[in-house]
Design a protein around this ligand. Sequence first.
Ligand code: IMP
Length: 474
Amino acid sequence: MTLEQLTKDVQTIAIICNQWGDSGKGKFVDYFAEWADVIVRGTGGNNAGHTIVTNCKKRIFHLVPSGILHKDKINILGNGTVIDLEVLVGELDELTRGGITYNNLMISEDAHVILPYHVKRDIKRNASQKKGAIGSTGRGIGPCYADKIARRGIMIRDLFNKDILAKKIGKAKEYYQEQDIDIEYIVEELGLYAERIKPFVRDTISEMHEFIRHGKKILLEGAQGLLLSIEFGTYPYVTSSDSSVNGVAAGVGLSAKVVDLPLGIVKFPYMTRVGAGPFPTEFGGAKSEGYCASGLEHDIKYELKNYRISFEEKNGSIEYNYHDPKIIELMNSNKPFLQGIGIRLAGEEYGATTGRPRRTGWTDLAALKYAIGINGPNIILTKADVVQGANEIKLGTGYNNSENFTRDSERLRSYKPEYQQFPGFKEDISQIKDYKDLPDNLRGSINFLERYTGAGVRIISTGPDRNQTIIKDL
Ligand code: IMP
């Protein structure tokens, strides 16, 4: 099937993740950006991260939508997002330095603002997994959304009225008594940022309604993943927004009903999680969770050095051979903990925002079956190329004491996964363009996924580049 056939009669596409995030949304937002007129984010803030290449330099951006480089397309930060102005203005400066204009940006006047007191509280209470906290990204996301729900949040529109701003911060101060909040200083600082972003601030909800009326093609860019959703995830080990298709639609001022093609991304046949929380299929279980909880102590450089894998540092980024024989050996270890490290290195699974090692495990089909109940049956598989050389592939098919996934974190922790096993594949799949040319073993596991979950695989990604994309016939 071609991209034209897939998008026939489609006005609105959403790219969301059906797992715990980091599944490759960025590549597909970029892929469908060509098709879209408007690219819009509806949830989260600078807890997310995606790579944008400016002046031949790869940079990770956290706030501006992934379509910003497409000058003829409108890029929107929607009403459901939370915005750290220092980070946003930093990203705009970065674009300017890269010679990129951004007159195509709109910022919702209804979005909430992350303030320094949110960040401080988040770091203190939620960021460290060692003290039993959830291991947030420490960007102030949770406290900012908490203020929004408690009706004491600061919105983008408040930035343009100093009296209202001072009054609101004064009110918020009562809830942050552990901090020495200097209202005057914050108001002054926000005033400077406000001037900078003023040309882009709009009633983006009304703009979205106009775009829909005028038949513009809309691309909703999800953040995080369904299993991290405040509504549908493994609460309390979740982020503070609804990262489902419903949440991203609400976060841009639309109903999920107008999303013609929600595409849920699924890392396959392995998946990852960052931060604390249950993960039944994790390689090495609690040992891996504890090891990854030490965060930057076990970052990419540490692991490469520790397992004697050669690498080079170029322009601040680390380069190595993902199929290094030592990595394949780890991936095929009979010790699950080491197997997890092998997959992490083969897939370069380290947080884009925090650099933390991501926890790894086989793809849990019971969790996926649950996720598609909310995000719909159309899915994209990513990163299968990573497991080239693995002797076997396993897929989670429920648990010892239940067929079904549960959001109840305590219960989920007690579940032991059951697996369906498949032989691995040795072939390089990164240049394959046709579904039928994929290795039989891989296709066998994909057929199994479709039968088990009821999902329909629409696209298979075989590498990070745009052209490493196979659209599958129905
Ligand atoms: P917060 O969103 O910073 O509050 O973090 C809450 C939880 O969501 C933590 O477990 C984070 O590791 C996780 N999280 C937040 N953003 C992302 C993301 O973009 N990818 C993966 N995990 C995320």
